[in-house]
Design a protein around this ligand. Structure first.
Ligand code: ATP
Ligand code: MG
Length: 274
């Protein structure tokens, strides 16, 4: 299986039978071993080892600058686009080191999509925003696939009569769901979300939280959030990064919030710093 995965990331066309989605629910989908990340001489992640389970929501929390976004960007090699950034160590997706020179980052990003803090639809129609998500990954655009993605992003009912209107004319919360539709259109396995609700009002944020709850049936979700209540509400696992880019604690969310193993984690969670 590991060989198949390895092959699958080297080409852009991957059949879903190769993805291991039918694996046991607690299978590890992403793991890192002694991962260090530098921006020039500055270390942003220090010796991070973690195993992220499939079909769960994993929350990443920690104070500003502790490396949460850096870690998220490592997973689908978005850091490749930052010249100063250097990754040292291994990060595996289904057992394949994503930093293996033979891995094609485009194929990787088809499997591991991303949603950002600020909704960033393209200045195109709603339909074209989702179609882009298909096209960029080499998939044929069909009305059915566009509709499926919009339905899965809980947006279809709100936009089905205005598919030709600009994505930029939607509300902030709708724009973020459009970005989620764009990210899931190519049918990835993992969806990375970097503070996806922090620019939204509470009602829109709550819709995204409900959506994440549904998405995890089909995808693995890894979400960075500064909102402790949100992490506690929506995640199965919580990873706590603290200053210096260290992963200090990673456990079931309930354990992290009710009985953390480290005093520093308790101080952070209870708002004593950060
Ligand atoms: N493109 C970059 N170039 C240089 N240094 C960077 C870059 N991006 C991040 N850093 C540095 O790496 C460290 C980790 O940053 P990162 O953005 O990953 O933190 P974060 O935990 O996501 O913070 P926040 O909660 O504020 O979003 C910080 O010291 C930051 O200044
Ligand atoms: Mg960040």
């Amino acid at each position: 299986m590991a060989t198949q995965q390895s092959d699958s990331l080297i080409t852009t066309e991957v059949s879903s039978s190769q993805t291991g989605r039918s694996a046991a629910p607690d299978e590890t989908v992403i793991s890192s071993t002694d991962l260090d990340v530098f921006y020039d001489a500055d270390k942003a992640l220090d010796d991070v080892s973690i195993e992220i389970p499939e079909h769960k929501v994993t929350a990443i929390i920690g104070p500003s600058g502790c490396g949460k976004s850096t870690f998220l960007r490592c997973i689908n090699r978005m850091n490749d686009q930052i010249p100063a950034c250097e990754v040292d160590g291994e990060l595996h997706f289904h057992g394949t080191n994503v930093y293996d020179p033979q891995v094609d980052p485009v194929a990787l990003r088809r499997k591991i999509g991303m949603v950002f803090q600020k909704p960033n639809p393209f200045p195109k129609s709603i339909y074209e925003n989702v179609a882009y998500g298909l096209r960029v990954q080499g998939k044929e655009v069909t009305d059915e696939l566009v509709e499926d993605a919009l339905r899965n992003a809980a947006l279809w009912d709100e936009v089905k009569d205005q598919l030709d209107e600009s994505g930029l004319d939607l509300s902030g919360g709708q724009q973020q769901r459009l970005c989620i539709a764009r990210a899931i259109a190519p049918d990835p396995e993992v969806v990375l979300m970097d503070e996806p609700t922090s620019a939204l009002d509470p009602v829109a944020a709550s819709k995204i939280e409900d959506l994440i709850d549904e998405l995890v049936e089909e995808y693995t979700v890894i979400i960075v959030t500064h909102n402790m209540q949100q992490a506690a509400r929506i995640s199965d696992k919580t990873a706590v990064f603290l200053t210096g880019g260290k992963l200090v604690e990673f456990d079931d969310t309930q354990t992290v919030f009710e009985n953390p193993a480290h005093d520093r984690v308790e101080d952070y969670i209870t708002g004593k710093f950060g």
